[in-house]
Write a protein that binds this ligand. Structure first.
Ligand SMILES: Nc1ncnc2c1ncn2[C@@H]1O[C@H](COP(=O)(O)OP(=O)(O)OP(=O)(O)O)[C@@H](O)[C@H]1O
Ligand SMILES: [Mg+2]
Length: 221
């Protein structure tokens, strides 16, 4: 199977005054096409740091990261932005929706930045994919938490990314709604989407094809 992301020896150091915090220490992590991987680990173990490095939202202080066969080490921010836009969709715990835009408008927002033509069929398809065809004209404030996260997932999908990275996507949702979000991920994965999800919830992690565990910035299983 083809690898979409290959990370080797990834290290991320945060400096607070004279203190150095190793958020990631020599982590090897690869994602193959069609994978649905989960990352678990205690608070502060480096899960967000890893996801941010994998998605080129943050640059590692050591190691190498190849995305679609392209080495990102030493790449300028403009190159990383392009690589990110063309390949990666992000989903976060806090949804980050624009409160004054409808579900449909939130989903089409990334098209503005990728300079792709607005394609109403594509937006309709994505609305259907995330189960929001009948909520398209609602504002975020008129949606439930689960529906808001579906909007965020739709926004992550609109540019047809190679991979979606989700950081605690169900952290603000009750357990039934969380299960529904994972059911949606499973369905998207069956349709060929590659996914990496950070979660605290072991029951949800078990639904993925493989679970990795971080502890103190190191991959321990
Ligand atoms: N911007 C930052 N500046 C300094 N230290 C940071 C920064 N971001 C993260 N860290 C530190 O790096 C380590 C890893 O943080 P990270 O956010 O990746 O943990 P996490 O596993 O995602 O935790 P949680 O489950 O609470 O989200 C922690 O010790 C954290 O305090
Ligand atoms: Mg985190």
């Amino acid at each position: 199977m083809k690898d979409i992301i290959v990370g080797q020896g990834l290290t991320k150091i945060f400096r607070r005054g004279s203190e150095e915090i190793y958020a990631l220490r020599d982590v090897d992590f690869s994602v193959g096409e069609g994978d649905f991987l989960s990352i678990i680990g205690p608070s502060g173990s480096g899960k967000t740091a890893l996801l941010n490095v994998l998605g080129c939202l943050d640059t590692p202080d050591g190691g190498s990261l190849r995305l679609n066969g392209i080495e990102t080490r030493g790449m300028k921010e403009s190159g990383l932005v392009k690589l990110r836009r063309e390949n990666i969709g992000f989903v976060f715990q806090q949804f980050y929706l624009m409160p004054t835009l409808t579900a449909r408008e939130n989903i089409e927002l990334p098209l503005l930045f990728s300079h792709k033509n607005k394609n109403n069929n594509r937006i309709d398809d994505v609305l259907k994919m995330v189960g929001l065809a009948d909520r398209a004209d609602h504002l975020p404030g008129q949606l439930s938490g689960g529906e808001m996260q579906r909007v965020a997932i739709g926004r992550a999908l609109i540019n047809d990314p190679r991979i979606v990275l989700a950081d605690e996507p169900t952290g603000n949702l009750d357990s039934a709604t969380s299960q529904m979000i994972f059911d949606l991920f499973l369905e998207l994965n069956r349709r060929g989407l590659t996914l990496v999800v950070v979660t605290h919830n072991m029951d949800l992690a078990k639904l993925t094809s493989k679970t990795y565990t971080l502890r103190d910035g190191q991959m321990v299983g």
